[in-house]
Ligand binder design. Sequence first.
Ligand SMILES: [Zn+2]
Length: 246
Amino acid sequence: MIALAYRASISNQREYRRCIGVNRLLGLLVADTEYPELYGFDWNCPHCGVAVHLKVRKQIKNPDSVEDWYSFCICECPRRGCLGVVFVKFDNNNNRIRAAYPYPGTSEQHFPDSIPSRIRTDMAEAVRAFAADCHKSVVVMCRRALQNIALDKKIPRAEIKEQIKQMQMAGLITKPLSDAAQEIRHFGGFGAHPQEDILDETTETDALKVFRQLDQIVRNIYVMPAETKELAKRRQGIQQKPGSKS
Ligand SMILES: [Zn+2]
């Protein structure tokens, strides 16, 4: 019994850490992950990204008597255009979803449209890899996203180290962002090619930091200019209205 409880608590801790990890990863992200206080089966559908009340299709009582307040459910998004299936671990004591798969923010439509599709796809795959504890895959995906940025910005084909320098020279990124990009390149390389030392291991923290560096770069190159443009458009619209003071 004790062993069972111990095993349950270990697996629970691992799952808890993973949920927290994914939320931390998404927390400072361009993806929309602001969760209000959620009750019952309220959730952000991981397929369509809309806040919904999931429809429960099947509910199974937890066979583990130590944690019998949990149940496992197969749910469905109620939106007619979506109907995506979500697997839920439900906490009956607190009347709320404890964990759900797929994780939110793991598909490209959860990132702003201002980011080119190929880059969003790489970022979403990095988030999925993080959710599955595949930290080497996260850093490799981040490096790939960086290469896709160079491609999108028509930086001549070369070693990625050179392409980053050219991006800085072209004024696309500042010196700190260029340094960040070089670190993404290094860690992505460690993830992709076996190393003989401690760098062979990519930790969760490494993956988290590398992803956040990439996020900063993407935010600067794509998201910020798009938002600035929107603001300018809105201001000009107001100023052009008759009677408005400029
Ligand atoms: Zn949906």
